[in-house]
Design a protein around this ligand. Structure first.
Ligand code: GMT
Length: 378
């Protein structure tokens, strides 16, 4: 198939999933066209089956806000038409789903009928999408997509709850490349960062409010009262100054390392003992899946799709959002019990295998086929 993929080309989960999906589809022989405003971060190699089309927005003194959506629409029309795409797969509803719909209308006037698949990723539904300033557009764009998927059952239910949707939604979970994300022998790194055998607790995110990184720091503060540990905070974002201030106020800065945005995250995860994800809302929790694939158990909130991934008492523990005391108790209990910890590490990997890219990829291929065929019937 010739597939166009539209996504945010950043470190965010939706961009990562879209890029990895495109790369895997290309490996299977499909012809993939990424259409984004800059090169996706994980698209860092050459493949004969992958093309990248950059969306450039013309600057003009009249524009206070650059009209990205118009530029993206025109680019989609161009790529679909000249590359003769079979299907367009857009990730994240805002603005990609409505832009794709407009491109589809323009193409229809030229006798080209392109099917649109929209994948909803989380905050496009649970946070920003339901805001009054976006809701009518999101509702319309979902209802007018030819196929809609969500990355968890929970997100599917949230979509039906928050919007008036008359479309059938298919759940296709996030996935993981287990060749890349596996436990690597990086003991020298562990020795450097935890020279006295301290336990390593890790959190990765974009440090937005929704991630509640401060809960990680508070929980960690309780953990180090019980056992020697270090906290690795990976990523960056708007809450970083507040998180740093909290460490200073709690007086635990010497045990907390801010590692910034990291590419080879699997190498760091490989030496960690526990992953924490206390998010306010989380449609799936791709970062937790990456940790689990590297045999790191997860302490998370029980929000959104987290219970579909993290199994309470098996791969880690789930607590109510904000229940920092319970999260730290679970962490201490697990880190002090080597037998249980080892069992959870193995369980985490077994659970991650259910989301192996080789299991999930055919579901997308089948879904594309179904959507294309349903268009032919019309
Ligand atoms: O978590 C973020 O803030 C990034 C966001 C995105 O859209 O890039 O991630 C969402 O999509 C990921 C991939 O499908 C999911 O694994 C994350 O759980 C989801 N984030 C939230 O729902 C907060």
């Amino acid at each position: 198939m010739k597939i166009g993929i539209v996504c945010y080309p950043t470190f965010g989960g939706s961009g990562v999933i879209a890029t990895e999906l495109g790369k895997a589809l290309a490996e299977k022989g499909h012809s993939i066209h990424f259409i984004t405003y800059s090169q996706p971060v994980r698209l860092d190699f050459f493949s004969e089956n992958i093309s990248y089309h950059e969306v450039a927005v013309a600057n003009y003194p009249l524009f206070e806000f650059a009209p990205y959506e118009s530029a993206l629409t025109s680019k989609l029309v161009d790529v679909v038409k000249y590359e003769k795409l079979d299907i367009l797969h857009v990730h994240y509803a805002i603005p990609h789903a409505s832009v794709a719909w407009l491109a589809k209308q323009i193409l229809a006037t030229q006798g080209i009928h392109i099917p649109i698949v929209t994948t909803l990723h989380g905050t496009d539904i649970t946070l920003v999408g339901k805001d009054m300033s976006f809701e009518p557009v999101v509702t319309f764009a979902i209802n007018h997509s030819d196929g809609v998927t969500t990355v968890s059952e929970s997100l599917k239910q949230d979509t039906y709850r928050n919007f008036k949707i008359d479309k059938e939604i298919e759940v296709i979970h996030n996935f993981i490349d287990l060749e890349r994300f596996s436990k690597k022998a990086k003991d020298h790194f562990k020795k450097a960062i935890a020279p006295f055998g301290e336990k390593l607790i890790v959190h990765t995110s974009n440090f937005r409010k929704v991630k509640r990184v401060q809960d990680v720091v508070h929980a960690f503060d309780q953990i180090i009262k019980e056992l020697p540990a270090k906290l690795l905070l990976i990523g960056d974002g708007p809450e970083r100054p507040a998180i740093e201030k909290l460490c200073r106020d709690l007086g635990n800065c010497e045990h907390v390392r801010f590692l910034g945005k990291q590419e080879a995250i699997e190498e760091i995860l490989s030496v960690c003992d526990l992953f924490m994800m206390p998010s306010e809302s989380e449609s799936f929790g791709l970062a937790a899946l990456e940790a689990m694939a590297c045999q790191v158990p997860v302490i998370s909130s029980n929000t959104g799709g987290m219970p579909e991934l993290n199994i309470h008492g098996v791969t880690g523990y789930l607590s109510d959002v904000g229940n920092v005391d319970e999260m730290s108790r679970f962490a201490i209990d697990l880190l002090k019990d080597p037998e249980k910890h080892n069992a959870f590490k193995k369980n985490a990997l077994e659970q991650a295998k259910k989301f192996d890219i080789h299991v999930i990829l055919p579901k997308y291929e089948k879904f594309y086929q179904k959507v294309i065929e349903s268009m032919l019937v019309k």
